[in-house]
Structures are given as structure tokens and as C-alpha cells.
Design a protein. Structure first.
Length: 58
């Protein structure tokens, strides 16, 4: 498993109860959700840890 799978799983879960009428609306929702994830470093660290990776400071 890689961290990207955690990102997509989280995205699918957050979009599960929404209904977009057009593909443009769906694309906007996806962009908004991904942007929100970008500002949640603990969530992103969790995806990395779940994949069994370890980050070390440079």
C-alpha cells in the first residue's frame, strides 16, 4: 500500500453522501476536498505512517 491509496480512500469517503449534477461540479468538489487535505498535516502523516513509511527530517 502507498500513501496515495489513503488519500483516495479518504476522498471517496468524504464524497460519499454528495450528489453532483455535472462532471464540472464533481471536479470542483474533488478539488475542494483535496485542497482541505493539503492543510491537514496530521492526516497526511497518517497516510504515510499507514503505508509503513517513516519520514526523517533532512
Amino acid at each position: 500500500m502507498n500513501p496515495a491509496e489513503g488519500v483516495w480512500a479518504n476522498l471517496r469517503n468524504s464524497l460519499g453522501d454528495l450528489a453532483a449534477c455535472t462532471t464540472d461540479e464533481l471536479a470542483a468538489l474533488v478539488c475542494t476536498r483535496l485542497k482541505k487535505m493539503q492543510y491537514c498535516p496530521d492526516l497526511l502523516d497518517g497516510f504515510i505512517a499507514e503505508a509503513g513509511l517513516v519520514l526523517r527530517p533532512p
